[in-house]
Write a protein that binds this ligand. Sequence first.
Ligand code: ADP
Length: 545
Amino acid sequence: MPSTDGNRHKGQEGTDPAEGTDYEEHFHAAASGYLVLTTDGTILDVNQTLASWTGRSRDGLLGGNILDLMPLADQVLFASYAVPQLAVSGCFNEMAADLVSADGERIPVLLSGVRSEDDDDGGHGTGLDRIAVFNASERRLYERELVAALRKAEAAEAARAAAEEEIRQKQKALEEKDRVLQANLLESREREALLESILDAVDVGLLVVDQEGNTLLTNAHLHSNWRRAMGDIPITAKGQTIFGPDRVTPIEPADSPARRAASGESFSDQLVWFGAGEHEMALNVSARPIKTEGSFSGSVLAFSDVSRLVRAVAAQEEFVASVSHELRTPLTSIMGYLDLALDEEGLPPQVTVALQVALRNSERLLALVSDLLSVASGATKMDRRPADLADIVRAGVVSVSPKAGAGRVDLVTEIPASLTADVDPQRLAQVVDNLLSNAVKYSPGGGTVTVRLWQDEQSIRLQVTDTGIGMSEAEQEKVFTKFFRSRRAVASAVPGVGLGLVITKNIVESHGGELSFVSSPGQGSEFTVSLPKVPGTAAGISPAR
Ligand code: ADP
């Protein structure tokens, strides 16, 4: 044990060679620091180890107080724990404190102390405190690591709890989704049941096909219709022959309603005939594609049985045709006799006028009968030969001039000197007459009717433009329907029966051409006939526009 007097130790080293140990040297080279204090903390001795830890000289430390080596908090701790322990128990153990080095660095240490009563204490008091100082930086490091590990464990625990919470939330969300799905399923089942009821209640056959034309859904009405038309042949059987509107021309498989629908076509009113004999029936078919998220996924076809209607129309046409035919013969005879009567000389003037009125009305009647016959017979037989269209149009203009004059309608023509085409001249004259007389008739307040004839690279075109009453969009849709007359035409008592345009369209199409029009209510209409140009047609005219 070091003494308070270093010199005395040195002396002992010399005086106790039997020991063979230099305590002073061991004291200073010890791995721990040592302090010898008076009970009031005054440093009587300190070893070199402690002096070096604190970066001070031993001499500088001697005579100072241990409290000077500590920061304030540790000074309080030392005074309130170590000093009473030393006084009461004579020792204290492992007090953790910091020593402050000369350059202000803190050195974590553990202090243990023991008090001995010493008579030979150089008059400093009743005892000496021997304080052992262990460098605790390793331990502090270890503690810090421990704390860090603890923090990590806490963080891991928190993460585990968070993960558990997340799983709980996900589970909850899944349960919610499941509940919504169940509700949706129920709703879609209800809708399906409702849809099925509606499908079976409607008086129309319904068929849903996919892109390959496979049947996805049918309704009861379709089944019963199909069975009526096809006997026991299943509805899905492919290769059934179906016929066009004339009942005899088979429809090519690619043009069948199901195939057209399966290819995504949208159409209305395709008339087809199914079945044979007493089971034969006419179906009117419409189809609309189904779009799922913008892409085509199948089609809905609607079939309505129009057999009775078609048969009724056919019977009506047959009746009209036969009545017209029967009327023609006596009418021709009446007109012949009227002509003969008018040829008589010395007729009183009033008889001549009466006969002329009768003849004019007979002519109108004959024209009407011819129109009825022409419409009832459908396809028009053409007698085509090279004819000068320019002459035909000019003749039409001449014959409509009196009516135009009476209605204060100006006639403007842009007609080439000649334009030869391979046409049926009589039929083409009928086309010109119909279009011109309509243009004049439907300009009740006067106006201008312009007739143009020209040819371009592919076609010969005849155009009749008026500044008359025009037609609404709804009227335009029906303009080629037999017996259709617009409300204004009927209201303003313009004569007509609604057959002229049907016949005109028929004639133009029989020539391989097209009849188109644009019209605007209150502004006028423009009808255009386009006939395909036949090679060898005379050219040399300038287009009207
Ligand atoms: P009609 O003139 O004998 O009534 P059309 O078949 O020639 O029969 O014409 C059918 C209907 O189309 C007419 O009743 C009329 O309402 C309308 N229409 C035809 N041409 C014209 C036109 N140039 N301007 C206005 N409406 C027209």
